[in-house]
Design a protein around this ligand. Structure first.
Ligand code: G6P
Ligand code: MG
Length: 214
């Protein structure tokens, strides 16, 4: 019996995934290598510094710790230029209606994101007050695929993990949900989100019945 839904933010609630990609691609190009959308899948859901490590590995670049911090800061600066310009029109299709349906059915809703920019994004799209709990990259010590972010979300809502469903667009996020003992609904392509219990293309026209797993 499902009592709560935990939503990833980037790529599920709002299409910031494309801005992360543009900013990482710009950094890669500046460092002298290409960065494809396929490469980008590996960065989804992963923390900023871990994403940078993967990017540098793809480009075969070795830099010192200080340079890493500067590169991550640079990427974040570009990324923030995009997200501070966003508004409600960038909320993904079906999100608002689905959250409304959940609330009408007594289901609690929370955000579980690895992003330290979560509050900035929620403010830009005017959704801060839609969630009963917001666990973001500033509140966790281990990013996805570690389950910490979702376990903290369940705890904040006072709901058991096995009564939670996670909505995720990233393989790292689906893995985090499963490791946390929760149901995972992949949002995106079934070819990529293989470990999810169910996969939907987006939240458009999703009914409450999606929460039935028996
Ligand atoms: C989310 C995104 C990742 C991003 C991470 C950290 O999980 O899916 O692509 O790297 O957040 O985001 P931040 O805003 O803190 O750099
Ligand atoms: Mg995501």
């Amino acid at each position: 019996n499902i009592k709560a839904c935990l939503f990833d933010l980037d790529g599920v609630i709002v299409n910031t995934a494309k801005y992360h990609y543009l900013a990482w691609k710009r950094l890669a190009n500046e460092l002298g290598f290409e960065f494809s959308e396929e490469d980008n899948e590996r960065l989804k859901g992963v923390s900023r510094m871990e994403s940078l490590e993967i990017l540098l590995e793809i480009g075969n670049k070795e830099v010192d710790e200080n340079t890493k911090l500067k590169l991550a800061e640079k990427k974040n600066g570009w990324y923030r230029e995009y997200i501070t310009k966003m508004d409600e029109s960038e909320i993904l299709p079906g999100v608002k209606d689905f959250i409304k349906t959940l609330k009408e059915n007594g289901i609690k809703v929370a955000i579980g994101s690895s992003s330290k920019n979560t509050m900035t994004i929620l403010e830009s799209i005017n959704m801060v007050n839609e969630f009963e709990a917001i666990i973001d990259g500033n509140k966790i010590s281990k990013a996805k695929p570690d389950p910490e972010v979702f376990l903290l979300g369940a705890e904040a809502l006072d709901i058991k993990p096995e009564e939670c469903v996670v909505f995720e667009d990233a393989t790292a996020g689906v893995e985090a949900a499963k490791r946390g003992g929760m149901y995972a609904i992949g949002v995106g392509s079934p070819d990529i989100l293989k470990e999810a219990d169910k996969v939907i293309p987006n939240l458009e026209n999703v009914s409450i019945d999606i929460l039935n797993f028996e």
